[in-house]
Design a protein around this ligand. Structure first.
Ligand code: FES
Length: 164
């Protein structure tokens, strides 16, 4: 692919983003909490809030980037980095916590060797009770619940998912 084609594709992509941000701003215009609703829509589409998209949104709505980032960081739901291909949720509800959820989380972080547990392939997060307390401590991997785990099980879980 030539440089010109790549640049053309990039410009098309940027224009597409501008158009989409404009559509979202229009859709939620004059509605209470519109910034949050637009951020939800952006995250649903991209999996996170890319900086360039936040910047377009700032221009479109006339809201400072500082304010947009304040909202994004206030709500834990919003992500500033792309999610990994696989999501691992460690339950930190009371039953799981008491049965060693923290040890599972520490082992996963150690294995992923990444601050905050993100290594590009995996997205690691803590969640509240997932309703399987009888299986504590439990983790959910790509929507599938695994229970009664110990730290030694973590390597197998990661191995099974890697490369899939
Ligand atoms: S506390 Fe973990 S499933 Fe309920």
């Amino acid at each position: 692919m030539s440089m010109g084609t790549e640049l053309g594709n990039l410009l098309d992509w940027v224009e597409g983003i501008r158009r989409r941000v404009r559509e979202l701003a229009k859709e939620w215009e004059d509605q209470e909490g519109n910034l949050i609703m637009i951020l939800h829509a952006i995250q649903n589409e991209f999996g996170y809030i890319p900086r360039g998209v936040a910047s377009e949104l700032s221009k479109e709505l006339g809201i400072s980037m500082a304010r947009i980032y304040e909202v994004i960081t206030f709500y834990h739901y919003f992500r500033l980095t792309p999610p990994g291909r696989h999501t691992i949720q460690v339950c930190m509800g009371t039953a799981c916590y008491l049965k060693g959820a923290m040890d599972l989380q520490n082992e996963l972080e150690r294995q992923l060797k990444a601050t905050g547990g993100r290594d590009g392939e995996f997205h690691l997060e803590s969640v509240r009770c997932i309703g399987c307390c009888g299986m504590a401590p439990a983790v959910v991997v790509d929507g599938e619940t695994h229970g009664r785990l110990c730290p030694n099980d973590m390597a197998g879980i990661l191995k099974e998912k890697r490369g899939k």
